[in-house]
Design a protein around this ligand. Structure first.
Ligand code: MRU
Length: 339
């Protein structure tokens, strides 16, 4: 079962807002519907957003009536702008759009431009799964029998096309027979840890305990966490990494308690055009995500809310970055891009 698929001129995706109560799929027939699904967090997580973005352009091409390549390109650019506006922090979304648009531009005529977009969207999805398995292999070497791995948000199969980044490492280690346990933070406000990470790991039979976000310091002080593994939405050239709000707090605590802190992300999440984390655009989401939990109001009406969705962990707090090309110290990140 994949998180997202291109099927019958549509994008089919798991509706992550319904998990863990229901495993439901939704069908998006055009780029507007894909953009809406991204905004509503029905599909979320940086790597899968690359596939979702490219697939939004693929369905645009598959349903287009354009007879000239120029007209198709205009339709694709319009669709790309719609999708681009949905979420600013994950670099993967714009990488997916760029790859699909460039595939169309490079084709000689309208038919082949349309085929090229579809092919590129499928290629992005296939690559994602392969890259995750490779990161899993690379990262599994860092884990030992008895490790208790703390993870934040959901960097699993649901945040990717399949297998996951941080949870891909957990899966690979588990499949190699390493006896590890996972602590998943709840991850307020949208509870990706409690709802999605716990759901995924339970299905795989990997021992998992959910804690509230504010329990991390207490557990680390008692020596109950041996490693931290998180994903990333964008890694700047100097190794600063943006990830779900709360990641920075965990990194500071990990440093204080000498717990190794690993970021697991594909090289496509590295944005060499962004020199440091200071210029990463941080998404602020609607106050209602904090005001309500699963439809129930928990704040008094009229109280102000701030809802930053991501924060930046400075490179100095990161032990290593695990990628499909190898495991590096943050200050050696650029060495992965030298041919
Ligand atoms: O707001 P979300 O749920 O899209 O945030 C997701 C995260 O922060 C993940 O940790 C990140 O995208 C890496 S997923 C492999």
């Amino acid at each position: 079962m994949r998180t997202i698929e291109l099927w019958d001129k549509s994008v089919i995706l798991i509706d992550q807002t319904k998990l863990p109560q229901k495993l439901r799929f939704i069908r998006c027939e055009n780029a507007e519907e894909v953009a809406r699904a991204i905004e509503r967090m029905q599909v979320r997580g940086a790597p899968v957003l690359a596939a979702a973005a490219a697939m939004a352009l693929a369905v645009t091409a598959l349903r287009s009536r354009a007879r000239k390549k120029g007209q198709l390109l205009r339709e694709l650019r319009r669709a790309a702008e719609l999708v681009r506006r949905t979420r600013p922090t994950a670099v993967n979304l714009s990488v997916g759009l760029k790859r699909a648009l460039e595939a169309a531009q490079g084709a000689p005529d309208v038919e082949r431009a349309s085929e090229a977009v579809v092919k590129e969207a499928r290629r992005i999805a296939e690559e994602d799964v392969k890259v995750n398995k490779k990161m899993g292999e690379n990262g599994a070497k860092l884990l030992r029998n008895g490790d208790v791995v703390l993870t934040h948000c959901n960097a699993g199969a649901l945040a990717t096309v399949d297998y996951g980044t941080a949870l891909g490492v957990v899966r690979s280690a588990w499949r190699k027979g390493k006896r590890i346990k996972v602590i998943a933070t709840e991850t307020r406000p949208l509870l990706q840890g409690a709802r999605l990470t716990a759901w995924e790991l339970k299905r795989d039979g990997i021992p998992t305990t959910v804690v509230v976000d504010s329990a991390v310091g207490h557990l680390m002080a008692r020596g109950e966490v041996t490693k931290v593994l998180v994903g990333a939405d964008r890694i700047a050239a100097n190794g600063d990494a943006a990830n779900k709000i709360g990641t920075y707090t965990i990194a500071v605590l990990a440093k204080e308690h000498r717990v190794p802190f690993y970021v697991v992300a594909p090289t496509s999440s590295v944005d060499l055009d962004t020199p440091t984390g200071k210029t990463i655009s941080i998404e602020y989401r609607a106050p209602r995500e904090v005001e309500f939990i699963q439809g129930k109001r928990i704040l008094p009406k009229g109280v102000k809310v701030l809802n930053p969705a991501f924060d930046v962990t400075p490179a100095r707090l990161i032990t290593s970055i695990v990628t499909e090309r190898g495991v590096v110290k943050p200050d050696k990140l650029k060495s992965l891009f030298k041919s």
